[in-house]
Design a protein around this ligand. Structure first.
Ligand code: FAD
Length: 486
């Protein structure tokens, strides 16, 4: 009997699963997604936009424009009720793109459909067995599919994580919140206010007249199905009345729990996105970080599946992304703490407001929350090492171009800014692209500022710098062996 299968199966066609599928498909991997939902409809509005690094990763694949065309650019960010200028973030995309999660998901769904990703819709991954040399998955209806690797992108309650027995430690919830979309008979009290236990906020949904809001509950609730009555109670506690809330089309509960998977990989099982970390929606980071998890994992898993690299490469996902997830949880807990209305927290917000008026902390915060400050590995001899390669305008023999365009094929690129033809790729030539280029501008990094322009860089498919040349090829072979095939 032939067992049907794919090289990689992903559980979940949310933003993380689709981004990962796109990355794998671009690298020539046979990838399929098992998704419970029948279509890409998203219940409620959920994520409201993309931060600069998430836009950059789409730009690195040549698909950012389709998202930019639908969204609204905001050159400021919010922190603890303040609106902070962020227009000087050091990136071509120095704005947050306001775009509802459903539109982001539809954009990704179109992209992976163009790339030929197989989608098993309307069925769940029920269980699986990792037998050491492959994974046998079982879907609802009894269908089984075999794969070399299974990736859980199946959200915060991840069945993949639970079935694999991966621990999910973290902070217990203290407060629950209701997020809702509704009409209001009274004039909506637009803006933010703080109660003893947390935040209340109301804003127009799109351009009105309906609203989207958040209300802190009077005590911690954990149930998954809040109703209109729960919402009225929470609103009354914050505003003194239920604001005449009616036509409630969506009400959902989230808490300030913060948890992270102990490991992102166990045998042939991997985790990314909400399956690997959950936290409160404050700060608006989950979708953005999930997409970046996917881009970190995609090319590495593709190289392992295609026999270019050994499994050792997958260990770097834990080394690189686990600290990013931990920092995300820390940041979210801090923002949650700032959202209370007691005297002490109000005083702390006042202090934060003063700090944010200073250029350096403001720039640090806006670039950090944009995902632009990430460095993988230890600080190297050049500040670019381990950091995202800026999208510099360069010229090549084929004419003017920019760095991100060289990454569209999701392959590593060696860019030589020194003497043309002075660098060789040897046996890596079939996988790595070599480009001789010239650059005559300032090489500027977020948070750090201007750094000496590199003489050569090896850029990984996810846009991070694996090697910086000093005019010789010292260290290049080691870097190629580590990142591009051992
Ligand atoms: C109210 C709210 C507001 C938010 N605002 C923001 C924001 O402004 N910015 C931001 O970046 N993030 C925000 N987030 C977080 C963001 O929505 C999530 O981080 C993001 O959706 C995570 O993507 P994911 O693909 O990892 O998981 P999910 O989006 O949860 O996708 C998981 C997918 O897996 C499927 N699935 C689950 N189990 C199975 C199974 N066993 N078999 C098959 N399919 C399965 C599900 O149907 C789903 O499609 C918000 C979240 C909430 C709740």
């Amino acid at each position: 009997m032939t067992v049907q299968g794919h090289e990689v199966i992903i559980a979940g066609a949310g933003p993380t699963g689709m981004m990962l599928a796109g990355e794998l498909a671009l690298a020539g991997v046979d990838v399929a997604i098992i998704e419970r939902r029948l279509n890409q409809d998203v219940e409620g509005s959920r994520a409201s936009g993309l931060h600069p690094r998430a836009i950059e990763i789409l730009d690195q694949r040549g698909v950012a424009d389709r998202f930019l065309a639908q969204g609204k650019k905001h050159h400021a960010v919010a922190i603890a009720g303040m609106i902070v200028d962020a227009s000087d973030r050091s990136t071509r995309h120095n704005y947050t793109l306001g775009l509802w999660q459903e539109k982001i998901e539809r954009g990704l769904a179109d992209w992976i459909s163009e790339l030929g990703v197989t989608l098993y819709r309307g069925c769940e991954l029920e269980t699986f067995v990792d037998s050491g040399d492959h994974v046998e998955t079982q879907m609802t209806g009894g269908r089984t599919l075999r794969c070399s690797y299974l990736v859980g992108c199946d959200g915060g309650r991840s069945r993949v994580r639970k079935t694999a027995g991966i621990q999910f430690p973290g902070s217990e919830p203290q407060t629950s919140y209701l997020i809702f979309e509704a009409a209001m008979a009274d004039d909506p009290p637009l803006g933010i206010r703080y109660g003893e236990r947390g935040l209340y906020a109301v804003g127009w949904l799109d351009d009105g007249p309906r609203v989207r809001g958040v209300a802190t509950e009077t005590h911690l609730e954990r149930g998954e199905s809040p109703n209109e009555e729960d919402l009225k109670v929470a609103l009354a506690a914050g505003y003194g009345s239920d604001l005449g809330v009616n036509e409630v089309t969506w009400v959902s509960r989230f808490t300030d729990a913060a948890r992270q998977a102990e490991v992102y990989r166990k045998g042939r099982i991997l985790l990314a996105g909400d399956a690997a970390h959950i936290h409160s929606a404050v700060g608006g980071q989950g979708l953005n970080v999930g997409m970046q998890d996917a881009v970190n994992l995609g090319w590495k898993l593709a190289q392992v599946v295609r026999g270019i690299s050994s499994e050792a490469l997958l260990a770097t996902c834990q080394e690189e992304r686990h600290p990013v997830g931990a920092a995300l949880l820390e940041q979210t807990l801090a923002l949650t703490a700032l959202n209370r209305g007691d005297d002490r927290t109000t005083a702390l917000r006042g202090l934060m407001a003063k700090v944010m008026q200073m250029d350096e902390p403001r720039k640090w915060y806006t670039e950090t929350m944009s995902g632009l400050d990430i460095r993988y590995g230890e600080e190297g001899t050049h500040r670019l090492l381990g950091r995202r390669m800026p999208d510099m305008d360069i010229s090549t023999v084929e004419g003017p171009t920019r760095i991100f365009k060289l990454l569209h094929a999701a392959r590593p690129v060696l860019v030589n800014f020194g003497t043309p033809s002075s660098l060789l790729l040897d046996r890596w030539g079939s996988h790595v692209r070599l480009v001789d280029a010239r650059f005559e501008g300032v090489c500027e990094l977020p948070v750090i500022g201007a750094v000496p322009p590199p003489l050569a860089v090896l850029i990984r498919p996810d846009g991070y710098v694996a090697w910086v040349g000093d005019g010789t090829d010292a260290g290049l072979v080691d870097a190629l062996r580590t990142w591009c095939g051992d």
